[in-house]
Design a protein around this ligand. Structure first.
Ligand SMILES: [Zn+2]
Length: 393
């Protein structure tokens, strides 16, 4: 395809903004920095960069935002190795299945850390999802808004000076910045990358009937006040040779449970979600023309475990996998006629991928370097497990 990178699978239409060169792309270029950087020196830089948070004698040193993902296990383990005292902060997305709740609870108990789980008002949350689906073909925006702002509010309110995030997706996927820039969390980056340029304000008003006062935690805190208090957010991926698959596999020893899915070979990332490889993945296909599998394959091409040629075949395989979206519509309290209308009118070509049956992973021979990295995933027993205020209304 024109404007495609000849090393990976991305092209210039990537939502984060990718620059394609005659040989490679900005994402592949930035990835290659990983083989030149002196990571021992980077570790020393990290210790230096976090030292300001340890000056005080009391309280937490940092907030660690989590969802219960394998990456969270990896990050939290590093944070404890750095002898930081963390407050783990999670937002309930109401999409977790039994594996998702196991992974979040086990994360907190295994590492024996203090935690705070925020259960947003379910009526408002669902209303925002309905509008987000209608306007942007996206069901994760309300959660992503909270996940990228609530921990910042907590840091501000509790006077915790540091937030440790895992990977900077814009660097890992499209090489938006060099690792050497040490890009930090910002309001701009959140909107541009975490929220795809969409403002939460667009989910209220003529769409959802929501009082703006109820949306405080969905909005990023006032930047001037944050700066005055000195709250900073660092990405660990700027300081370590970031290899998600390898890292995620290593978290099995902490009790992290992988989950099988029909849309990718990756059983670690977002294991425990009832929507991530289902409806969310289908909507991604509709919006940007490819599914999550492409992100995983690009990552593995760059790490040398899959060739570009192998990746084309694997992507073609997973792009055909069927999705059952009924569970999500039941959770959202949509009527049968509303569900049927949506299916017929709003999904374009991807509606051919809808099934009413259970979806199971289709067998596929993976490349030899990938096989030892993949753990067989568990099957979820219950989707959309209610917890906290997750009661249906
Ligand atoms: Zn590339």
């Amino acid at each position: 395809m024109e404007n495609s990178c000849n090393q990976c699978l991305y092209d210039q239409s990537h939502p984060f903004g990718l620059v394609v060169y005659p040989q490679g792309c900005s994402g592949c270029d930035t990835h290659n920095e990983k083989y030149d950087i002196n990571w021992q020196a980077k570790k020393a830089e990290l210790i230096e960069d976090i030292s300001f948070s340890k000056v005080r004698k009391r309280g937490y040193d940092c907030v660690v935002p989590v969802v219960g993902d394998a990456e969270d296990y990896y990050v939290l383990n590093k944070v404890l190795e750095l002898q930081l005292s963390p407050l783990v902060v999670a937002v309930n997305d109401y999409f977790k299945n039994d594996i998702g709740w196991h992974n979040l609870h086990n994360l907190i108990t295994h590492f024996d850390v203090d935690s705070l789980v925020y259960n947003p008002d379910i009526r408002i949350y669902k209303e925002l999802i309905r509008t987000s689906l209608r306007k942007h073909d996206h069901i994760m925006l309300p959660f992503l808004s909270l996940h990228s702002s609530f921990p910042v509010h907590i840091a501000y309110e509790r006077n915790i000076p540091l937030i440790i995030w895992g990977q900077n997706q814009a660097i890992e996927q499209v090489g938006k910045f060099s690792h050497l820039d040490k890009a930090e969390m910002s309001k701009w980056s959140r909107k541009e990358h975490d929220l795809f340029g969409i403002n939460i304000d667009s989910l209220i008003g003529n769409g959802a009937q929501v009082d703006t006062r109820a949306l405080n935690y969905y909005q990023y805190p006032d930047v001037k006040r944050l700066a005055k208090r000195g709250v900073r957010g660092l990405y660990l991926s700027n300081y370590c040779h970031w290899d998600p698959l390898k890292q995620n596999k290593s978290t099995l020893e902490f009790g992290f449970k992988p989950q099988g899915n029909a849309s990718s070979f990756d059983t670690y990332e977002r294991a425990g979600s009832s929507v991530y490889y289902q409806f969310h993945d289908l909507l991604k296909y509709k919006r940007v023309g490819y599914r999550k599998i492409r992100d995983h394959l690009v990552r593995e091409i760059r790490h040398g475990r899959v060739t570009r040629k192998q990746a084309f075949a694997i992507e073609a395989h997973y792009h055909q996998s069927k999705i059952n979206i009924r569970g999500f519509f039941d959770w959202l309290d949509v009527s049968e006629s509303g569900y049927q209308w949506f299916k017929s009118h709003r999904l374009g070509d991807v509606k051919n991928l809808i099934t009413e049956s259970d979806t199971t992973a289709q067998p596929l021979d993976l490349p030899e370097y990938l096989v030892p990295m993949i753990e067989v995933g568990h099957d979820a027993v219950d989707d959309f497990v209610c917890f906290g205020k997750g009661v249906s209304t």
